[in-house]
Design a protein around this ligand. Sequence first.
Ligand SMILES: Nc1ncnc2c1ncn2[C@@H]1O[C@H](COP(=O)(O)OP(=O)(O)OP(=O)(O)O)[C@@H](O)[C@H]1O
Ligand SMILES: [Mg+2]
Length: 454
Amino acid sequence: MNRILIVDDEAEIRESLEEILSEEGYAVSSTSSGTEAIVLLRDAPYDLLLLDIWLPDRDGLDVLADLASLETDDKPEVIIISGHATIETAVKATKLGAFDFLEKPLSLERTLIVVKNALEARRLRSENLEFKRQLTLETTITGESVPAKALRQQIKLMAPTNGRVLIYGESGTGKELIARAIHSESPRHDRVFIELNCAAIPEDFIESELFGYRNSAITGGPAEKRGTFERANGGTLFLDEVGDMSLKTQAKVLRALDEQSFVPVGAAHPISVDVRVIAATNKNLEEEIAKGNFREDLFYRLNVIPFFVPPLRDRKEDIPSLAREFLRIFGREYGRPRVEIAEDALDLLKQYPWPGNVRELKNILERVLILNPHVHRIERKHLPRLVYRTTGRRSDDFSTLQQAREAYERDYILRKIDECHGNISRAAESLGLERSHLYRKMKTLGISIRESVS
Ligand SMILES: Nc1ncnc2c1ncn2[C@@H]1O[C@H](COP(=O)(O)OP(=O)(O)OP(=O)(O)O)[C@@H](O)[C@H]1O
Ligand SMILES: [Mg+2]
């Protein structure tokens, strides 16, 4: 429901407006004081303010100026009410962001129309804000590490150019996110971003997928199809897993890149396109070249600007900010804003080697949030068994012998509990411990019983 605040010193006007607008289904409050209006606006969200210019305690325009300086991006629309507005006042009010004017005596019909228009304008404005926020949210590279900062810097530098980018990184490190970030910071941001996963398309189809076809002889199918290169015209084409293209396809892509044109399958004439290509791979293309699996000339065409995204285990400083960011994202999605994470939980996350990189961290935090619906602060005990694993850790992950010993013990105990399918008594037996002793150990090591039997 839309919330409206009326600020007018004439009780009669307040009452009649309140009555009319409530009847229309708006939630209406009112005050006669400009000072109180600002307090109300600061503390509660209103969608619309109906503001008299002549108030006993202060000038309506001052109230408007105060409102403009409030630090929120979610301000109400303002309609000025006035008995004797001069052009000068009107200009000032408009400059301060007023949406429209109502003259006293108020006309019922016009009041309702102006209110409706103002609320519609406000709805569009907040939709737009939300849209913009989502756009920036989707392409924000989170992280405090030196490599994360360098990536953001490199994106900023390269985005405005048309240079081809080749992004290297293990699975889940954020290659696609980087490609989208480059696109959204480039002059092509309002054009399409088209993704083609070269590994996911069967060899027989990849050519028609990339270049489309004309006059198809396939009975029952469409006669024409626009390929990814054509659909990406004017925008960015993201060739994911580019190392998985066959040599034959590589030759065609090379030609399309060189000529910025291509011939659809079965067509007589080439089509010209203007496409910025960003490619990504988790393979070592130089090795693939040596093995004869990847064309060297294509490699040089694609590799104009290389980006290297290190695995998460090599930039553990990013884990706290990534974890908080993901809790914020999922918290909003699941209607649980402000879920925090304890330092000891972050420490444990920093010790895990993250073979699935950032994607794995993101998935695990989503799971933790879902599995603990009433928790406001994620602690060590809420984390899944998996992250207690030390396998693959290096000695320099621990600063003291005690830390290393505890990590090893935790691992060993978890493995035993696993082998006993979560049966603690049996695990205790096979570890040669009393059951109560094992429970105490688990407690000191921060192994939660719920997690270990789940
Ligand atoms: N630095 C980061 N900040 C915020 N989110 C990130 C970051 N890096 C990765 N992510 C998120 O992690 C997930 C995996 O990232 P992405 O899909 O870009 O990885 P990828 O390298 O393309 O993986 P794959 O090789 O498996 O396709 C996405 O949801 C992405 O938004
Ligand atoms: Mg990807």
